[in-house]
Design a protein around this ligand. Sequence first.
Ligand code: NAP
Length: 289
Amino acid sequence: MPRVAFIGLGRMGHGMAGRYLDAGFTVAVWNRSKAKADDLIARGALWATSPEDAAIDADAVVTMVADDEASRAVWLTRDGAAATMKAGTLAIECSTVSYQHTLDMARELQSRGLIYIDCPVTGLPEAAAAGKLTLLVGADPADLERAQPFLAPIGSTIRHFGAVGAGTVFKLINNLIGAVQIASLAEGVAIAEQAGLDMKLVAEALGTGAIASPQVIRHSKRMIERNFSGASFTAALRHKDADYAVRLAETLLPGVPVSRAALAAYDKAKAHAPDGDEGQMIEIVSRPK
Ligand code: NAP
């Protein structure tokens, strides 16, 4: 059976690693805090003492960590995965990282004879645990072909955007639009509250009208109820994505005032509750000035 090293067992990575176990792969796991691996170990995963340890004899190493800094740490530090990966091994980055980081990692890992693809994802943690993520891939077509067996357990849809980095470009644009939607939704909900509208009716109208994206449906209800239990995506991660996206935009389409406004709003939401749900933006918008 193929052997996969899975690194990063947070909300998303935990479910994704479980999918490889369900598919019968030999799975070595590592996470900065070990407790998140306990039930995966009980299901047959092999605990590794470091990313470097996890990568020994792996056919593919898959990472799902928070940001550029975490990604660099798990691939390239002294006990990073690259240290023990054999030439020709697949390096699959599923974390949402910056475009520049993707290019830097590709150059660094390819210079060691490794095959690097960027494969950020869309989908909530439930989709991750069910193998129903959409995978946004940047890769040489032949490398994507080789990676297919390692993508099938985690994704139900693969969108190949082009060369390495292209998957990340789309992911950052996608999440930037998401940041704008949520920040704008928070303001709309707060204005409706101030106007004294029937908020049950507002929720129903928002959730069924022309602007009812899955994101608006999910967050309008949670914002109106001020129910942020079971956060799927934190304000800190949304801010990180918007920051990376605006940095990318600066190289392509300077200005982007709407995107910058959403980034500034998420700067505040992150300061307010970094590990809170991204929808807690409403608490910033509606609090007395
Ligand atoms: P999360 O629950 O906060 O997990 C973050 C993971 O990164 C944890 O395994 C954490 O380790 C690890 N990590 C953070 N800093 C690290 C460092 N310096 N060194 C090593 N490991 C480090 O986040 P998540 O929601 O699973 O998101 C993971 C990635 O998926 C992010 O890039 C996010 O933007 C992306 N994403 C998330 C969603 C979503 O709905 N949640 C959807 C699509 C994409 P510890 O457990 O030790 O803290």
